[in-house]
Design a protein around this ligand. Structure first.
Ligand SMILES: [Zn+2]
Length: 487
């Protein structure tokens, strides 16, 4: 389904995102069960997270610290007092029969995220609120011999801490939603509260989508689209949903408030159920938990321990290392890459060269081996040592590439490889002069051309010297000496 550009122009999409971020604590939010991924089903459970009668929840302190960090990254106000509430619903993977969430007094509210649009323009997107809640278990619909008849339930995830971040309906296109989620993910990764690994469900996103005639004062009726478990699906599902609603309205129909599920195979959203209103959940304050109070002293202690966020890091890379904006943008795309770059730049003493290596040869080698930067056989410090050798003139850029290739398969330092392979750059004047003289004697025609004014031929002669020296002659010196000899 795809409506004409004219129809798209006639309408305006209004989108808000609800993003669930799994907090990277070692234990669950209200009990001491581990949160690890991949354990045998139903082994990381206890009476509290199984909802046994009489078992009482105890709030994990680390969760509160992470919530304050996340709230700070989202420019939110942290409430001095927030209240946990029961959200009641029945579902097989929810053993308690309710989820412990926050309702009218969430831990954080009134924030914003600044995004960069594909056009390069900046836009500020409001963050309505961020609240804490526990996760449900997992229903497993396939993978078993009798999966056609039964659904299995794994409760290991039950009670895993989540922070749900709700945006204002400020987004106007799938591209804006994509940019918002990208930025949100980076903020959560940099403030170290979540891995945001979408494949493992550590970042989950629902989108509220409506359309209205461009310029209309009121919002249209929204549909909530679920199951957007990749950035690509988010974009596809929103685009599909916008077109679906426009077609529906143009055809004389009307959008109903409902929950829809995105099906990545068909690329369509399908109706799942009519949307519950808040009162369907019969929210009431959780009687087993005290109000959460975060005093100013604790708050400033947590904020004082905040890691550097990527917008600050980006600006610092430009001023401290003289990087171009584009390079800084690329290097902050993951926290691991920015840390790797900074270590290589520090050891190598040259930020620009380090940036070129990280984005060029290193990225290429990692890609070829399908490795993450954290698995790089060449550590940041080792790459820094290589950069130092280039800077000192011990090796040329060309030799550095050869040494780098050898570093990939050995643990030796670049200096050891350089000495072992006899790859040290020749910067000795008499040694270079000897090779240069031989090259000039062997190429009288090019020497005549050069003297006749065709100085472009110098490139060829330098190339011959480099070749004769097996790439080891210092190219800068060769150029200088060639010029001096022929003028
Ligand atoms: Zn437990």
């Amino acid at each position: 389904m795809s409506v004409s550009p004219a129809l798209r122009e006639k309408y305006e999409a209004v989108i808000g995102l609800e993003v669930h971020v799994q907090l990277a604590t070692r234990t669950k939010i209200f009990c001491a069960c581990p949160t690890g991924f991949g354990a045998q089903p139903n082994t990381n459970v206890c009476p509290v997270c199984l909802g046994m009668p009489g078992a009482l929840p105890v709030l994990n302190k680390r969760v509160v610290e992470m919530a304050v960090q996340a709230a700070t990254a989202l420019n939110c106000t942290v409430r001095e007092e927030s209240i946990f509430a029961r959200k009641n619903y029945f579902y097989p993977d929810l053993p308690k029969g309710y989820q412990i969430s926050q309702y009218d007094k969430p831990v954080a509210e009134h924030g914003f995220i600044d995004i960069v649009l594909p056009s390069g323009d900046h836009k500020r997107i409001g963050v309505t609120r961020a609240h804490l809640e526990d996760d449900a278990g997992k229903s497993i619909h396939d993978g078993f011999r009798d999966s056609d008849k039964y659904t299995y339930v794994d409760l290991n995830r039950t009670g895993t801490p989540l922070i749900e971040i709700v945006s204002e309906p400020d987004l106007r296109s799938a591209d804006e939603a994509y940019a918002y989620l990208t930025e949100l993910k980076l903020l959560m990764q940099y403030c170290d509260v979540s891995t945001c690994d979408m494949e493992k469900g550590h970042l989950r996103c629902d989108a509220n989508v409506s359309v209205r005639l461009r310029g209309a004062p009121q919002f249209g009726t929204k549909a909530e689209v679920k199951n957007l478990n990749s950035f690509r699906f988010l974009k596809q599902a929103i685009d599909y949903e916008i077109d679906r609603q426009i077609e529906l309205i143009e055809g004389g129909g009307r959008v109903i408030q409902e929950t829809r599920l995105y099906n990545p195979d068909s690329g369509e959203t399908v109706s799942m159920r009519s949307k519950e209103a808040a009162h369907d959940y019969r929210y009431f304050p959780e009687p087993d938990l005290l109000p959460l109070r975060i005093g100013t002293a604790w708050m400033s202690e947590i904020r004082g321990g905040m890691p550097e966020l990527h917008p600050v890091k980006r600006a610092r890379f430009i001023t401290d290392y003289g990087l171009r904006e584009y390079d800084a943008d690329v290097l902050i795309q993951t926290r691991e890459m920015s840390a790797y770059f900074e270590e290589a730049a520090r050891v190598g003493g040259d930020g620009r060269t380090a940036a070129n290596w990280v984005m060029g040869d290193l990225a290429g080698a990692l890609k070829a081996d399908s490795k993450e930067i954290t698995e790089s056989p060449v550590s940041a410090a080792r790459l820094g040592e290589l950069i130092k050798l280039i800077g000192s003139g011990a090796i040329s850029g060309k030799l550095a590439k050869d040494i780098f290739a050898k570093m990939w398969t050995s643990e030796d330092s670049p200096e050891a490889i350089m000495d072992r392979e006899g790859l040290r750059q020749i910067s000795d004047t008499s040694a270079i002069e000897k090779i240069l003289d031989e090259v000039l004697a062997a190429n009288p025609k090019q020497v005549e051309q050069y003297k006749g004014g065709k100085t472009a031929v110098a490139g060829f002669l330098v190339g011959q010297v480099m070749k004769a020296s097996r790439g080891q002659a210092n190219p800068g010196m060769v150029q200088e000496m060639l010029k001096a000899k022929l003028s």
